[in-house]
Design a protein around this ligand. Structure first.
Ligand code: FMN
Length: 154
């Protein structure tokens, strides 16, 4: 199964997790970034930029999606929780997936281990009108748990 890892990461926890996992698989990887980068200052990023975007469900312009998504059978989508759901660049990416026939497996991580965040993320992804098959993966798990999960899916 031809697999792509797509991820968003601001403070690199998700990036580090993806890199650790992908030592086992060597899948193609893309990093989704907001075209106008978020502030490197936590307070500005969280309480000004991200908060407004999440509250208004603004899908910002993104960069980094420089592959033919439809050439993959499966996408493993990784992101941190921002304001109880996915960061809005992931919403933009979801809209770009319209027409994607494969499976998109969702992996999230956050500071607080509240399982509702994954529920919110799945609901909010499915609410974007794409018809994409979003499948729940793992929430706040170790790299080795991810590796086992991805192997079991193959
Ligand atoms: C803008 C912003 C919003 C966040 N919102 C939440 C939240 O609602 N709940 C939570 O538990 N953690 C929240 N966090 C913490 C991140 O989910 C957590 O630190 C994650 O591991 C960061 O991943 P990254 O290093 O890949 O960006 C937030 C962090 C940021 C920057």
């Amino acid at each position: 199964m031809k697999t792509l890892i797509a991820y968003f990461s601001w403070s690199n926890n998700t990036k580090n997790l993806v890199e650790e996992i992908n030592k086992q698989f060597n899948f193609d990887v893309i990093r989704i970034e907001r075209k106008q980068p978020y502030s490197i200052d936590y307070h500005t990023c969280a309480y000004v930029e991200a908060k407004e975007e999440v509250e208004k469900r603004i899908h910002p312009e993104i960069t980094g999606v420089d592959v033919d998504l439809n050439s993959y059978d499966r996408i493993l989508l990784f992101f941190p929780i921002w304001w109880y759901t996915f960061p809005m660049p992931i919403g933009t990416f979801a809209t770009m997936l319209k027409g994607f026939k494969g499976e998109v497996v969702v992996f999230a991580n956050s500071y607080t281990n509240d399982p509702q965040y994954m529920v919110n993320s799945m609901q909010d992804l499915k609410a974007i009108d794409t018809n994409v098959n979003f499948v729940e993966g793992l929430f706040n798990q170790s790299a080795s748990k991810h590796i086992d999960f991805i192997k079991s899916e193959k």
